[in-house]
Write a protein that binds this ligand. Structure first.
Ligand code: NAP
Length: 274
């Protein structure tokens, strides 16, 4: 299987949805690549990456390795370099890191008919996913505002965007209290509302307004409390599966230069989530 293995590495890894999604895609494309999950402990990461080029074409990277893996790679593409985190590795002559989370979010918005250029976008959170999405959307010409429980973390992300892209990002206090009149798009990148805490939302539904597009990148449950409140307010809503499928599709394009079968991937994820 020299250079043919695909997979996902993380720790823990047993609940990853990536194998179901990617196996469905590879089956649909008639491509004979195995896609498996690999539980790699932090102390084993370096050895794993350095030995992987022999057998792997590439792999996805998830918690807790997205930042740490960088020091074991030979090169990074522009997005991964800006974001400072990697979710996709490809072995060609050497190990190159990519980040497809931001492009996944962008494609999910575009698919829903929501362009981002020139739009005012409020991002809740300042963790790994927020970094990827903020950089990508700022590069597409969106005006980014950030709101995070730990304000300093939002400040660090804003400073990083300013330094690397020469674009300013406003910081709002968490929790939000004012009506979200000045924004076109709201994206929740916090884990608030994720199973089992499905009765929680990162903001009060009363501050939503119908012109807003609301995207929640939490995908379990598919309709979070935030998305339910948004739907009831009359907002356009985008669930977390959309980003998950698009970031996976982008990984497949990087490894195999193929157009991913989006419907088959989405169906596999929905089946997996029950
Ligand atoms: P992360 O780096 O750990 O960041 C977590 C974020 O959530 C931080 O901003 C954190 O705020 C905030 N947060 C956590 N608990 C909170 C609470 N009780 N109240 C308010 N804020 C809280 O995680 P991540 O990698 O960015 O992932 C975040 C979520 O996105 C996860 O649910 C993950 O499953 C999902 N995700 C989805 C996709 C997709 O394709 N759909 C892709 C990546 C991630 P502090 O800074 O204050 O701690």
């Amino acid at each position: 299987m020299k250079g043919k293995i695909l997979g996902v590495i993380g720790h823990p890894i047993e609940h990853s949805l990536s194998p179901a999604m990617h196996r469905a895609a590879l089956r649909e494309l008639g491509l004979d690549y195995p896609y498996d999950k690999f539980d790699v402990k932090p102390e084993d990461l370096g050895n794993f990456v350095m030995g992987a080029g022999e057998n792997f074409l590439g792999f996805n990277v998830t918690i807790p390795h997205k930042v740490e893996i960088i020091k074991f790679l030979n090169s990074l593409d522009r997005e991964a370099e800006l974001i400072g985190a990697v979710n996709t590795v490809k072995f060609e002559n050497n190990a190159r890191g990519f980040n497809t989370d931001g492009i996944g979010a962008l494609r999910a918005l575009e698919e829903a008919g929501q362009p981002v250029g020139g739009k005012n976008i409020l991002i809740l959170g300042a963790g790994g996913a927020a970094r990827a999405i903020s950089f990508q959307l700022a590069m597409e010409g969106a005006q980014i505002s950030l709101c995070n429980r730990t304000r300093e973390r939002a400040g660090e992300l804003a400073a990083d965007i300013d330094e690397k892209l020469d674009k300013s990002a406003e910081i709002l206090d968490f929790p939000l209290k004012e009506k979200l009149d000045e924004f076109d798009i709201l994206i929740n990148t916090t884990s608030v509302g994720m199973f089992p805490d499905t009765d929680k939302s990162p903001l009060s539904g009363e501050i939503l307004q119908p012109d807003l597009t609301v995207m929640d990148i939490v995908y379990n449950p598919l309709e979070t409390k935030l998305l339910r409140n948004a739907r009831e307010t009359g907002c356009r809503t985008i669930d977390g599966i959309a980003m998950l499928v698009h970031q996976g599709a982008e990984s497949l394009r990087i490894w195999l230069n193929v157009d991913a079968p989006m419907e088959a991937m989405k169906k596999a994820l929905l089946d997996e989530l029950g």
